[in-house]
Design a protein around this ligand. Structure first.
Ligand code: NAD
Length: 524
């Protein structure tokens, strides 16, 4: 049960003149100039249809990257059949063989595939080189390596025996297929959701977000090159509800591995509940969902560190990380100093396409997101409860660009302090520095979410006290740091309340959801 000890993949800096930067720039240009015709993968076959959908660049929406072949309900049926046909052989393959396929994928990604997947993420999801590197290279490599380690730990979880009796437990895959439904914002999540279920011996139907197809296609090709047998993961591009209609009515539906918005997940759960009598087995429901992540500063906090937590925590990847800070509670004694630092820092954030590596801010994912975020900003501009402290401008003529925007709200329950916006907008509420207790209550109660949260204070007692009072307000808690940037193996990630089932992606807790244990007692 020994596998190579997992280590976090080191993050490359892409410094000017470095070989990795040159390779990434070259690959980016190469992919940008291609016109890909991206197929679905069903049972090892590449599937093309007459319904070709364009793959857009969010930062340059007139320049398409090619097309992907859009399917319908019949392709979902085919994908389920292909998965079920592959089930027996895959479930019976030794764990060492399954592990070695995913370890090989990790090594290919850390090496020859790195620049391609990073470039695909930059082009298709509008991430800058650093954000692509920590996502599609490092985090996905880490998920694969660490999950192989956790898999072996699960298989070693065995009951006690006694003389004359040998008790043992088999951690078998689920009976049926798993549906992996992935969001646009992380390539690592796109790879991890199908891979973690498959690693435990399950077969998978995978549907990524339409705005993530470029990276999803590359991941599928990577897994195939690593030796993944046909039919184990089947990748379809289909309308979400149309896919759901087939999947959630199928008797062999055995589980969903979801990351995305809370509303979509809650509807899926309702559908599964309504159909529960149709399934052979109770499906596993694992979902990581929305957030309204907070920064709470105490009057003892360091103003500079707080300003950095705000600008980095809120605006990396245009605020489209599920963990991004989107509300901050600042004590009155620190506000003027923090505001100055934030405004200065934001002047250094250049905005533009990712091919210019000096652009920190790129575009938001699509027009629908752009319009939604712009509406929140417009409403704030028209409200007498809010002031725009920084940013507030936007332009979608070439790409979906929105300036990093800081709102100061005088109403602690103004809508932008409560709802998930999922864009480069943070709302700040300045509280009376002597009223920390009421502010703790505000943090706890103004949003239904509980994904990430940061507390900044130099007072040990206050940190301890806040952590107790906010014990269910975040699944990932940060002390004197920004609330983003969880590293696999170091800060297992997942939220509580309306933010998810908190099964901690990239941990043994998550992998345990993809096995159905059989206890065996043998008497001699
Ligand atoms: P989304 O909910 O719109 O889409 C997620 C997936 O579900 C996509 O593949 C989409 O096509 C599919 N889908 C949408 N409607 C469907 C339906 N009715 N039936 C079946 N499938 C459907 O989410 P998104 O916009 O891609 O991602 C952003 C959201 O994801 C944010 O809310 C963010 O907070 C959340 N997120 C959470 C985490 C976490 O770890 N908690 C991580 C990343 C993203």
């Amino acid at each position: 049960f020994r596998v190579p000890t997992p280590v976090n993949e080191p993050v490359k800096s892409y410094a000017p003149g470095s070989p990795e930067r040159e390779e990434l720039q070259r690959t980016y240009k190469e992919l940008k100039s291609q016109q890909l015709d991206v197929p679905m993968y069903i049972g090892g076959d590449k599937v093309y249809t007459d319904n070709k959908q364009p793959m857009l660049q969010p930062h340059d929406h007139q320049h398409i990257l090619g097309h992907f072949n859009y399917g319908d309900a019949s392709h979902v049926e085919q994908a389920i059949n292909a998965a079920l046909a592959a089930h027996e052989a895959w479930a019976n393959m030794s764990w060492e063989h399954r592990a070695s396929i995913f370890l090989k994928a990790a090594e290919l990604l850390a090496g020859p595939w790195r620049a391609r997947l990073n470039a695909a993420t930059m082009l298709g999801q509008s991430k800058n080189a650093y954000q692509a590197e920590i996502d599609s290279a490092c985090e996905l490599v880490d998920f694969l390596r660490f999950n192989v380690q956790y898999m072996t730990e699960i298989y070693q979880m065995q009951p006690e025996s006694s003389p004359g009796v040998w008790n043992r437990m088999e951690h078998r895959p689920l009976e049926g297929f798993v549906f992996a439904l992935t969001p646009f914002n992380f390539t690592a999540i796109a790879g991890n959701l199908p891979a973690s279920a498959a690693m435990m011996g399950n077969v998978v139907v995978w549907k990524p977000a339409n705005t993530q197809v470029y990276a999803a296609h590359m991941i599928m090709e990577l897994f195939r090159e690593a030796g993944l047998p046909d039919g184990v993961i089947n990748l379809v591009y289909v309308d979400g509800p149309e896919a759901g209609d087939v999947i959630f009515n199928h008797p062999d539906f055995a589980g969903i591995h979801f990351t995305g918005s809370t509303g979509v997940f809650q509807n899926i759960w309702k559908t599964i509940g309504t159909n529960i009598h149709k399934y052979k087995t109770y499906p596993r429901i694992v979902g990581e969902t929305g957030g309204k992540d907070f920064i709470l500063a105490h009057k003892s906090a360091d103003a500079k560190a707080l300003a950095t937590a705000i600008t980095r925590g809120a605006f990396e990847y245009q605020g489209q990380k599920c963990s991004a800070a989107s509300r901050a509670y600042i004590p009155s004694n620190l506000w003027e100093e923090v505001k100055g630092y934030v405004q200065e820092d934001l002047k250094t954030f250049k905005m533009g396409a990712p091919e210019d590596f000096s652009n920190f801010i790129n575009a938001v994912i699509d027009e629908k997101s752009f319009d939604k975020i712009a509406k929140y900003i417009d409403d704030a501009k028209n409200s007498n409860e809010v002031e725009v402290i920084a940013g507030g401008n936007y332009d979608k003529s070439k790409g979906y660009f929105i300036e990093p925007t800081v709102l100061l709200s005088h109403n602690p329950t103004y809508v932008t302090l409560c709802e998930e916006i999922f864009g480069p907008v943070i709302s700040i509420y300045v509280y009376d520095e002597n009223n920390f207790e009421d502010t703790l209550e505000l943090v706890n109660s103004t949003s239904p979410y509980a994904l990430t949260g940061a507390i900044l204070s130099q007072d040990r007692y206050i940190i301890e006290h806040a952590m107790k009072k906010l014990s269910n307000a975040a699944g990932n808690f940060y002390i004197n740091d920004k609330p983003t940037g969880a590293v696999v193996g170091q800060q297992p990630f997942g939220g509580a309340r309306a933010s998810g089932t908190n099964d901690k992606a990239g941990s043994m807790l998550n992998l345990l959801r993809w096995v159905s244990a059989r206890s065996i007692k043998e008497t001699f």
